[in-house]
Design a protein around this ligand. Structure first.
Ligand code: 4AD
Ligand code: MG
Length: 504
């Protein structure tokens, strides 16, 4: 039986297989926190009610040892998951060597090196379950809307999103590139199916170690024939609303484990504000307010608050350190204060980061030049004024990909849209309407210095039955990162790849 089914089996005798996540010993009792992949549960082994050999075995169990337990499920609200197993039989499957990951804090690079084991930790377990549910919800949404899922090739002969971050590889006697996006193939398939979506790995040789960049990430890209960018934005909204509702409903306990405030997510099940690029720039530069809030003045006020908070936290750390330095302080009280000090030091680190970041954000916002693409900090400044995702549309065509449709009313603009997630996360989706004018496309392909011969097939889509069409790409890891409120996109995928990282 799986631990997640304990609630339906109260009072019954069952057998469960799993790993020892934690062990504690009492006088005549051994307490295990067992994890079996479906959940975590406390299992109690009582010296008086189990055969002597088994009790000795229980005492020998190390972290991550594997066992099979037989016992009775009893309700206990104090325990993880609300149920406990009173063990009547224990069988050891394997005894683990000394496990490198302990409950104490580990550094980022240590955890990254041990990702193959770190995935078993409760927090990582919960994140991966939420990721799974997000994927499931995305498929559900598109399938129920009549989209056909398609797989785009990984080896490609051309660039889709610019030539600067291509991964090159040998392809017999030719050069191939790992795909940056399935979109161009999606456009071809949309002309066969009407509405399609791809869901697969994409690659970008980004030499950046930011909290939003991976070199390998999963992208979901719908493409719809006969859609303009307005309809595209309507679909983005409907999809995100549907995914959020599903995940909020199905992943409550996982959100509790990772301590995600789901009220923030519930707020996002709404219509999203739509800003033109021009409006977004005015907001960024503090020339236009949002609900009475000014981007620059809010940042300045926040910087003031950060300073006050840093003083308060530092004072409390000093006070508690003095307390635990006193001779004769009880162990319990010392531990309690030490824990508090550790928490406060973490909070102080976050505040110090804000203190470093905010002045840079203010400077880059004030200096932003109209016509440029937004950088990560610009997105942060804009999204801090909203509690929900915002859609920025009508971009200068110069900063967007070659395939973006030029706006008939203003040829300087392209009908692209970026979706910026709140809470400082920034771009999670990019998309837009596609250029249908063959001559403009040819001009753009040349301007972007792309090899024309590789795009002949793409131009065929404009030669034969060309129709208005649009689509977008959701970066799965960025979406998971925001939904789980992770500090770093690296925690949103089982085995992340980023600049320099190829193991495990
Ligand atoms: O904005 P991008 O570059 O758009 C495209 O690739 C289009 N072809 C999509 C389309 O219209 N069909 O990338 C789309 C999304 C971004 O919004 C971001 O969420 C994610 O992909 N993304 C990355 N995620 C992690 N690491 C990276 N290096 C990423 N680059 C883009
Ligand atoms: Mg983009």
């Amino acid at each position: 039986m799986q631990i997640k089914e304990f609630s339906k089996n109260e009072g019954k005798e069952i057998t469960v297989q799993g790993w020892v996540a934690n062990k504690r010993e009492g006088k005549t009792l051994v307490f295990l926190v067992l994890r079996d992949g479906s959940g975590f549960a406390q299992c109690v082994i009582n010296e008086d009610s189990i055969e002597a050999g088994a009790y000795a075995d229980a005492k020998k169990l190390t972290a991550e040892s594997a066992v099979e337990l037989k016992g009775t499920v009893v309700k206990d609200e104090k325990q993880v998951g609300g149920y406990e197993l009173q063990v009547s039989r224990l069988q050891v499957i394997s005894i683990a060597e000394e496990y490198p990951i302990s409950p104490k804090e580990h550094g980022d690079s240590f955890l990254a090196d041990h990702r193959h084991l770190w995935l078993r930790s409760k927090r990582q377990w919960a994140i991966m379950r939420i990721r799974n549910e997000i994927i499931h919800a995305i498929h559900n949404f598109f399938q129920s809307e009549g989209f056909v899922q398609m797989d785009a090739p990984i080896f490609t002969g051309n660039a889709c999103e610019g030539t600067s971050d291509l991964f090159e590889t040998e392809y017999f006697d030719k050069t191939a590139y790992l795909t940056q996006s399935g979109q161009l193939y999606g456009e071809a398939m949309a002309m066969a199916m009407g509405k399609i979506y791809t869901f697969g790995p994409t690659f970008r040789a980004e030499k950046s170690r930011t909290r939003r960049h991976l070199t390998e990430f999963w992208m979901m890209e719908p493409e719809m024939a006969f859609y303009d960018n307005e309809q595209n934005m309507d679909l983005i909204e409907k999809m995100l609303n549907s995914v959020l509702s599903d995940v909020l409903e199905k992943c409550q306990s996982e959100f509790e484990i990772i301590e995600r405030d789901t009220e923030m997510l519930k707020k996002s099940v709404v219509k999203f504000p739509r800003l033109t690029y021009d409006e977004a720039v005015a907001i960024l530069k503090g020339e236009q307010d949002v609900d009475g809030k000014n981007a620059i003045r809010t940042l300045e006020a926040d910087l003031g608050k950060v300073k006050v908070n840093m003083e308060r936290v530092s004072a409390e750390i000093a006070e508690r350190e003095e307390k635990i330095a006193q001779p004769g302080i009880k162990k319990g009280e010392r531990n309690f204060n030490q824990n508090k000090i550790d928490q406060l030091k973490n909070a102080l680190k976050d505040l110090e980061e804000d203190q470093r970041n905010i002045p840079n954000w203010i400077e880059s916002a004030e200096k932003f030049e109209y016509g440029n693409d937004f950088g990560g900090s610009d997105e942060t400044v804009i999204t801090r004024l909203f509690d929900v995702p915002v859609m920025v549309y009508n971009w200068p065509h110069k900063v967007k990909a070659f395939y973006m449709k030029r706006d008939d009313a203003n040829p300087e603009l392209a009908k692209g849209v970026d979706v910026l997630a709140p809470e400082g996360y920034g771009e999670i989706i990019g998309g837009g309407e596609r250029e249908t004018n063959k001559d403009l496309l040819i001009e753009k392909i040349k301007e972007h210095k792309l090899p024309m011969s590789e795009f002949e097939w793409y131009l065929d889509l404009r030669r034969y039955g060309s129709v208005p069409h649009a689509g977008f790409g959701v970066g799965l890891e960025r979406l998971v990162c925001w939904i789980c409120k992770l500090p770093h996109v690296r925690e949103s995928v089982p085995f992340p790849r980023w600049y320099g990282r190829l193991l495990p």
